[in-house]
Design a protein around this ligand. Structure first.
Ligand code: SAH
Ligand code: SF4
Ligand code: F3S
Length: 444
């Protein structure tokens, strides 16, 4: 049997696209190889959000090209955002690439691979103009009880640092009926947690005369789904109706990812985020008031062009004031063709390094405090498997999306009540209540 291997870079959208890529390759009769070394077809699903994934891909491509020199019939396919961004140059930069395709063109992959015969047309290209939802394709999911569901593609925002709109195109919402049909089918297959995916999930539906709030309520009504998550929302689209739906829908988890990017109104303006420092803080406060026990996570960029020490201090202040449960912190990385890459006053690498270190410290302090406040509480945990650090423990996530390592016995996919006993800035630790009760019953 011929075998494939897919390497995925980037965000959950790409991880989800890779499930579809795998599903398609399996439909063509290929099996999954444990590593690229054992594969006849290697696929790279690339990312280009910052420079780092670009360089990582270059290293992987170096290995793949070396393998192809030994085995000339090896097929190398490159998809995703970097492929799209470099579509003019990809084949000359990497002559060993056989097939390249942009995001949203996965349904065509089979044709480009020669419909299973692998009479691969070198230099075959999928174009972004024919973007479609990958849903409806077969998919190979990593876990039977969790699923990603794409609700929109592309992004209509114009954040000045961001390459995504250029590579993923304009925003298109998927029909609510299609989303709900997919979720009902997933629920029937035993899926308990769904994560709704889009570059800007909460602007969903404007092109279809519906709204994200309406969609949340409809998904909540699907029987069998215990947990609904969504990512990523944009603060500008977190309207009253979405907050109310989050508060009222039992299955919608008490967690929101609310990308801050900067705490300085001046920098936010240059980033074209369309909210101010004050507006953001008000929103976070209103959300916490409306949704009891809400966890907030965020994304922050340091070293955006023109960011002064005072601007950066404002970011530190907002991060400390809001108190995030977790945060992804990034050093600004100029992306070719974006507005910010051409701005004057690019910040020195050394200054960026210093700022990210200081930011991480404030983030960790806040997250450690927030996690510590969970000690003594009982949290509902969706079991994912054995702990990554200690296989005698189980691992899962709370509704608030914090990882918990705990003692007890349960199967992946089970919902278990866990008494939280300890906390770090990133994880909680505890014991399953069921086992604690059994132990105390045995003692008395
Ligand atoms: N659509 C999502 C995800 C965008 S990419 C959203 O809007 O939230 C995820 C994060 O990467 C962004 O939130 C931003 O913090 C970061 N990012 C994007 N472009 C970047 C760049 N050029 N340099 C550094 N970080 C960047
Ligand atoms: Fe990029 Fe902004 Fe769109 Fe997010 S909302 S994908 S940061 S342009
Ligand atoms: Fe990367 Fe594309 Fe996602 S650039 S972060 S894979 S949308």
């Amino acid at each position: 049997m011929r075998r494939y291997h897919v390497t995925t870079f980037g965000c959950q959208m790409n991880a989800h696209d890779s499930e579809r890529i795998k599903g398609m390759l399996e439909e063509l009769g290929l099996g999954e190889a444990p590593s690229p070394d054992d594969a006849d077809v290697v696929v790279f699903n690339t990312c280009t959000i910052r420079e780092k994934p670009d360089t990582k891909f270059a290293a992987y491509m170096g290995d793949a090209a070396a393998r192809k020199r030994e085995r000339p019939d090896l097929v190398i396919a490159v998809g995703g955002c970097y492929a799209e961004a470099q579509r003019e140059r990809l084949f000359s930069m990497y002559p060993s690439v056989d097939v390249a395709f942009g995001p949203g063109t996965i349904p065509h992959l089979a044709e480009w691979l020669g419909a299973g015969g692998f009479g691969v047309a070198r230099g075959a290209w999928g174009t972004a103009e024919e973007r479609t939802f990958a849903a409806g394709l077969p998919q190979h999911r990593q876990r039977s009880f969790q699923a990603w569901v794409q609700i929109s593609m592309g992004c209509n925002s114009v954040c000045s640092y961001c390459i995504v709109p250029a590579v993923r195109g304009r925003e298109v919402s998927r029909r609510p009926g299609d989303v709900l049909a997919e979720i009902s089918q997933l629920a029937a297959q035993g899926v308990r947690e769904v994560t709704l995916l889009g570059q800007n999930v909460n602007s969903y539906g404007r092109d279809l005369q519906t709204s994200f709030a309406e969609l949340l309520r409809a998904v909540d009504a699907v029987a069998g789904v215990d947990r609904i998550r969504f990512t990523s929302p944009h603060p500008k689209d977190f309207r009253r109706d979405v907050i109310e739906a989050m508060g009222e829908c039992a299955s919608v988890c008490e967690h929101a990812h609310l990308p801050l990017q900067s705490g300085s109104t001046r920098i936010l303006k240059a980033m074209r985020r369309t909210y101010s420092r004050e507006r953001y803080v008000e929103l976070a406060t209103a959300m916490r008031a409306a949704i009891p026990d809400l966890a907030l996570s965020t994304d922050v960029i340091v070293g955006f062009p023109g960011e002064s020490e005072d601007d950066f201090r404002e970011t530190l202040e907002v991060v400390a004031e809001v108190g995030f449960d977790s945060a992804f912190t990034f050093v600004y990385s100029p992306r070719q063709g974006t507005e910010a890459a051409a701005m004057p006053d690019q910040i020195d690498e050394e200054v960026k390094r210093d700022r990210i270190e200081r930011l991480v410290e404030v983030v960790q302090r806040g997250a450690a405090e927030r996690n510590a406040s969970r000690v003594g509480l009982v949290e509902e945990v969706l079991v994912e498997g054995p702990s990554r650090t200690d296989p005698s423990l189980l691992r899962g996530r709370t509704r608030r999306n914090t990882t918990v390592n705990f003692t007890g016995s349960a199967e992946p996919g089970e919902l278990v009540d866990v008494l939280i006993e300890r906390a770090t800035s990133t994880t909680l630790a505890g014991a399953a209540v069921r086992e604690l009760q059994a132990a105390s019953a045995a003692r008395s």
